[in-house]
Design a protein around this ligand. Structure first.
Ligand code: PGA
Length: 248
């Protein structure tokens, strides 16, 4: 049985003080029916790690190189020094606004895994690609490219998040049928490259307008093992409602 994993993605939100106060409020509410956590802005990570006991604290990005002339970047070692153990990689906003490519995503994944930082690798098609019927092709390509060069053992430990770009921050969440069928395609792609046992162990999240009202629907689907949640992770009330929805 794969344990569900629910991660809030704060994006460009929350000062250090706001992050700590959120984590302090949420920490006593988490339970062991799922793994819960947040991806926080770089500056808030160190204090977030200190404030968290059970919550996973992830960075939202990481550099593709170990060190060197890459102004403005933050390396795996820098994150690990402050106790960060997880990172998002390849979020569609990184791909859309910051030139993230399948190649840089792969470099980041390899570097993270090699050094023991667990990636949550994001894949997903744009609206134009969805409308053109290219979803399967896109997620297969992005998944295979991101994981290229890893062992099956490594892949089994990480998380893939399927996030259709058209569902992110739009309120237009994918139906549970669409989310399930694309997550099954991702699992199949992993099976092709790494075998059935790895594919069965891998946790795959759905992301895109997940809220307290629809989280259970997604998690009832066979290939959906959690959620990556933007908007609904920003307020203590709605994140609490998500945590509570998974109690039963
Ligand atoms: P959303 O964002 O829940 O606000 O749609 C999801 C994400 O970008 O991870």
């Amino acid at each position: 049985m794969r344990k569900p994993i629910i991660i809030g993605n704060w994006k460009l939100n929350k000062t250090i003080a706001e992050a700590v106060s959120f984590i302090t409020a949420i920490e006593p509410l988490v339970h062991n029916k799922a793994d819960f956590g947040v991806a926080a802005p770089y500056l808030a990570l160190e204090k977030s790690v200190k404030a968290a006991k059970h919550l996973i604290i992830a960075s939202e990005n990481v550099a593709f190189a170990e060190s060197g002339a890459y102004t403005g970047e933050v390396s795996v070692a820098m994150l690990q020094e402050i106790g960060v153990k997880w990172t998002l990689i390849g979020h569609s906003e990184r791909r859309q606004y910051f030139g993230e490519s399948d190649e840089t995503v792969n470099k980041k994944v390899l570097l993270s895994v090699k050094n023991g930082l667990t990636p949550i690798v994001c894949v997903g098609e744009t609206l134009a690609q969805f409308e053109a019927g290219d979803t399967e092709k896109i997620v297969r390509t992005q998944t295979a490219a991101a994981l290229n060069g890893l062992s099956g053992e490594d892949v089994a430990k990480l998380v893939v998040a399927y996030e259709p770009v058209w569902a992110i921050g739009t309120g237009k969440n994918a139906t549970k049928e669409i989310a399930q069928s694309t997550c099954a395609i991702i699992r199949h792609e992993v099976e092709i490259h790494f075998g059935k046992a790895t594919a069965e162990a891998l946790r795959i999240q759905y992301g895109g307008s997940v809220k307290p009202e629809n989280i259970k629907e997604y998690l009832s689907e066979k290939d959906i093992d959690g959620a990556l949640i933007g908007g609904a992770s920003l307020k203590v009330d709605s994140f609490t409602a998500i945590i509570d929805a998974l109690k039963a």
